[in-house]
Design a protein around this ligand. Structure first.
Ligand SMILES: Nc1ncnc2c1ncn2[C@@H]1O[C@H](COP(=O)(O)OP(=O)(O)OP(=O)(O)O)[C@@H](O)[C@H]1O
Length: 678
């Protein structure tokens, strides 16, 4: 029962009732019916409650496959994930994830035990068997906890960032990767990594995961990426909805909720025939998976449930989450929108249609209608299957050769030239957007680095530290890249300006040549089309930069949370001198991290300069909004940022700093001063 052909498969695994559940007198309420269906029975059915007797107590769910208590790891692998390997070997990306509440068996399925290795090992093993030695396989193992990415193979690596290159590939700079020649080594890597995962003992499970764990398998051929496979053990889904959560648990719950919701939304919109917009931006998880979910990438969701009556609510929620994706996959249409530009593609289609009908009525204009429809068809056929914003934008509109033979009137020739020019302008704008985005993120990172280096040097005149030297080196590389980007930007902007001049020249020549209403209408529509294309890129660029700001905000918030936690401990904890010293040190480090991470946000107008004016204004209900204005209004302008000095191992803030308005900034001696209780 292999499910090779489907892009998205949804299966359910029901684990055996365990001894704890039996001893608590819980009974089975989930029953696998056959190879695809499970029956869920509301435990209330067995209660003698007259008021509720008319309620519907049973519900059947159907998935691509269902696995009961007697299924073993190999069964699950052969049916669900085995076929995915073939597509990874062919060069497509794939994602397999385990979804479910705490204690439902996600880690068992994905990692397993020494004797019963899970899918992460079985899939990697099958992959090795199918690849010859021209391929190289690299494993990385990371976790996402409270929207922060950490390397599980290199715990001292700190918090990692996420970048999207201009081809739409997602990268996590600094993430380590290892070769794992055999099963024993893979299992060892997973188990070591798992020990570093953020976990907690709960009633439901001794080692309950509060983070998403992601095994990334990169297949490299001739030193370039051939394909990428993600295997993910998600955090327990009930954590998202537990209303008893307080403090740190509340924050965790919110982060888990956000990412699981975002994942569900992405899967639903990828599979949906009607939804046009796939929003990857809402969580780190979905952003990381952007090039491995949807398009030609295969996706497999393994929903996990316990059969126990005591977990009825969670089981119901899990089955509903999974069946929402399942209902959609049952619809015949499987080609899904490939990227966020779908909304705009719609608008373009409408205009193209309009142009088409104008042309049908016009005898003097040839070629455009035919070209429009050919382009339409070829663009939907050639739409790149991987979810790559830039490539889908570029490839959809390759210029066609100009037909000067039949009907080659001057008007037609000008019109063809205008279309070709519009395509070229579009590609230039995309390039500008990618350049700006990369530069923007580099600048943010440089601001933090410089501030740290300055603060260090001010206080430690001639001392060196390995970490500071490393920062300097990284900063140098970033500066070199920034210069390259700046040159690139100048060139692209020059070409864009020239293109704009040519376009307006062509436009006025066409206007003066247009002798019929239809011809005048066609000119108007073509200009409109070019405008919409430009606005689309502008909106995408705006979104991308907002995304970068959001990411940094998220990371800053997470750092603030850590900082609060340590502060709380310092204030309330009954600590001996040794512990207090250690905690004070930790407090200082975290506070610094928070402060320096926040700096680029405080100083946003410097970096915003990268958002080019050449990406046009977006017109909204006759209100013209300039991107720069919108971004800047989000942050208060500050003439200068106040840097903390590190003195005697502590930060000192300039006393005259009227700029520092937050409570946080006013704390001169954070370690000894008592913080206000929140
Ligand atoms: N199919 C199965 N067969 C036998 N035992 C299982 C099965 N699935 C899970 N278990 C056992 O149930 C317990 C809980 O499973 P597991 O740790 O995989 O849950 P989880 O969903 O990953 O939980 P969490 O979200 O808290 O990490 C473990 O002791 C595991 O060995």
């Amino acid at each position: 029962m292999a499910m090779q052909k489907q892009q998205l498969t949804v299966v359910v695994r029901v684990r055996p009732l365990n001894s704890g559940e039996k001893s608590r007198k819980a009974f089975q309420c989930v029953f696998p019916l056959d190879k695809k269906r499970v029956l869920l029975v509301d435990p209330e059915k067995f209660e003698n409650n007259i008021l509720r007797q008319n309620r519907q107590h049973e519900r059947k769910f159907e998935f691509d496959a269902s696995f009961g208590a007697t299924s073993n790891q190999e069964d699950v692998h052969e049916t669900t994930t085995g076929p995915i390997i073939d597509s990874v070997v062919e060069g497509f990306n794939a994602t397999v994830f385990a979804y479910g509440a705490t204690g439902s068996g996600k880690t068992f399925t994905m990692i397993g035990t020494k004797d019963r290795p899970g899918l992460m090992t079985l899939m990697t093993k099958t992959l090795y068997e199918k690849l010859d030695n021209q391929y190289q396989v690299l494993l990385s193992y990371m976790e996402i906890y409270n929207e922060i990415i950490r390397d599980l193979l290199n715990p001292s690596g700190g918090d990692l960032e996420l970048l999207e290159d201009e081809r739409g590939n997602i990268r996590v700079p600094g993430l380590s990767s290892v070769k794992a020649p055999n099963l024993t080594r893979i299992m060892q890597i997973l188990q070591e990594g798992n020990l570093r995962r953020t976990q907690e003992a709960t009633m439901a499970n001794k080692t309950s995961s509060r983070s998403h764990a992601l095994l990334q398998v990169m297949i490299v051929k001739n030193q370039s990426l051939h394909s990428k496979l993600f295997m993910i053990d998600l955090a327990g889904s009930e954590r998202a909805s537990n209303t008893q959560n307080r403090g740190i648990r509340l924050k965790e719950g919110a982060a888990i909720n956000r990412s699981l919701l975002a994942l569900g939304n992405v899967i639903n919109s990828l599979a949906s025939k009607t939804t046009k917009f796939v929003n990857y931006r809402d969580s780190k998880l979905t952003r990381l998976l952007k090039d491995s979910l949807g398009g030609t990438a295969k996706t497999c969701m393994i929903a996990h449930v316990t059969p126990s009556s005591s977990n009825f609510e969670e089981t119901y929620n899990t089955l509903m989450y999974a069946s929402r994706a399942m209902n959609i996959t049952n619809k015949p249409m499987r080609n899904r929108p490939a990227s966020a530009d779908q909304v705009y593609a719609e608008a373009m289609n409408a205009i193209r249609k309009e142009v088409g009908s104008q042309i049908k009525n016009s005898s003097s204009i040839t070629g455009l209608a035919a070209r429009s429809s050919v382009q339409e068809r070829s663009s939907s056929r050639n739409r790149p299957k991987s979810i790559s914003r830039n490539s889908s934008l570029t490839r959809a509109a390759q210029p066609m050769p100009i037909d000067r033979g039949r009907g080659g009137s001057l008007f037609t020739q000008l019109k063809e030239q205008y279309m070709t020019l519009s395509d070229k302008q579009k590609r230039l704008r995309e390039k500008l957007m990618a350049t700006n985005q990369e530069a923007y993120s580099l600048e943010m990172s440089l601001i933090s680095k410089n501030a740290i280096i300055n603060a260090w040097e001010k206080h430690h005149h001639d001392k060196t530290a390995e970490s500071i030297e490393r920062l300097k080196k990284d900063g140098e590389l970033q500066r070199v890249r920034l210069v390259e980007l700046s040159d690139q930007r100048t060139k692209v902007e020059k070409a864009l300006r020239k293109g704009e001049e040519n376009a307006s020249g062509l436009e006025s020549r066409m206007r003066s040549l247009a002798s019929t209403n239809e011809q005048r209408e066609v000119v108007k529509l073509m200009v409109k089309m070019a405008e919409i294309e430009a606005q689309k890129i502008s909106a995408l660029s705006d979104l991308a930069i907002r995304g970068l700001i959001m990411d940094r905000t998220d990371t800053s918030i997470a750092k603030l949370q850590k900082y609060e936690m340590v502060a709380d401990k310092l204030i309330d904890g009954k600590l001996d001198d040794n512990d207090r010293k250690k905690l004070e040190e930790e407090y200082r480090v975290i506070k610094n991290q928070f402060h320096y991470h926040l700096l680029p946000l405080k100083n946003i107008q410097t970096t915003v300069s990268w958002n080019s004016m050449l990406l046009p204004k977006i017109i909204n209900n006759n209100n013209t909004i300039i991107i720069e204005d919108r971004l800047m209004s989000a942050s208060k302008k500050k003439s200068e940022i106040s840097l903390p000095l590190i003195a005697n191992g502590r930060e000192k803030y300039p006393t005259s700093s009227a700029e520092s308005t937050t409570d946080d900034d006013r704390v001169n001696s954070p370690v000894t001063e008592r913080l206000p209780t929140i």
